[in-house]
Design a protein. Structure first.
Length: 199
């Protein structure tokens, strides 16, 4: 079974407005940074977003994480990426929570320890509970393989069902290891799932 990777800037350009609405995204200066980034001036975008991020702007925090993660406008630095993703994730940004979880899972920008995988599961769960499908897929994979959490095929299958088509191949592989009763239980739990809307 495969896991998904961190969300990169190109994927986030499309999803950004919807995912940041109501999450502290600012108009004006943030948009100036976005315009600079869109025209290929990542360094100017960084200079605009850094003060905003330091003041708590969640969108700017997420984008600084992306820039450090990918080395766009700044030298690649996973430690800094982790710091900014965490700050945005703590304010409820699901993309930042997902990316922070993948960093814990991969041991990038964090101290690798027994805690790393459980931290990954915790951050995936935060985003998954808010309906973020990539995190639902990855959380399901952690449960399927007993990585950072106790192995639980029902929990794994439930998250993969919620993730939809993205998790279909993994879900089908997992179903071969489950009983019909386990699958039915996971399906019931998925039907009862309601995404959280608060932080």
């Amino acid at each position: 079974m495969r896991r998904t990777t961190r969300l990169k800037i190109s994927a986030c350009l499309i999803a950004l407005p919807a995912l940041l609405a109501g999450a502290g995204a600012s108009a004006g200066p943030f948009d100036d940074g976005k315009a600079a980034f869109d025209r290929g001036d990542a360094a100017a975008a960084f200079n605009i977003w850094k003060p905003l991020a330091e003041e708590g702007d969640v969108a700017a925090q997420f984008w600084l994480g992306q820039m450090y993660d990918l080395g766009r406008g700044v030298p690649k630095n996973y430690g800094q990426a982790t710091t900014w993703y965490r700050r945005a994730a703590e304010q409820g940004n699901v993309m930042a929570a997902h990316n922070l979880a993948t960093m814990y899972e991969a041991g990038e920008g964090v101290a690798v320890s027994d805690y790393s995988l459980s931290a990954a599961a915790s951050w995936y769960r935060r985003a998954a509970e808010r309906g973020f499908k990539p995190s639902q897929t990855n959380l399901g994979l952690l449960y399927a393989n007993g990585r950072g959490v106790h192995r639980d095929f029902v929990e794994a299958y439930m998250w993969m069902l919620l993730a939809g088509p993205e998790a279909e191949a993994n879900r089908e592989a997992l179903a071969k290891r489950m009983t019909p009763q386990q699958i039915a239980s996971a399906e019931r739990r998925a039907q009862q799932f309601e995404p959280k809307t608060d932080r």
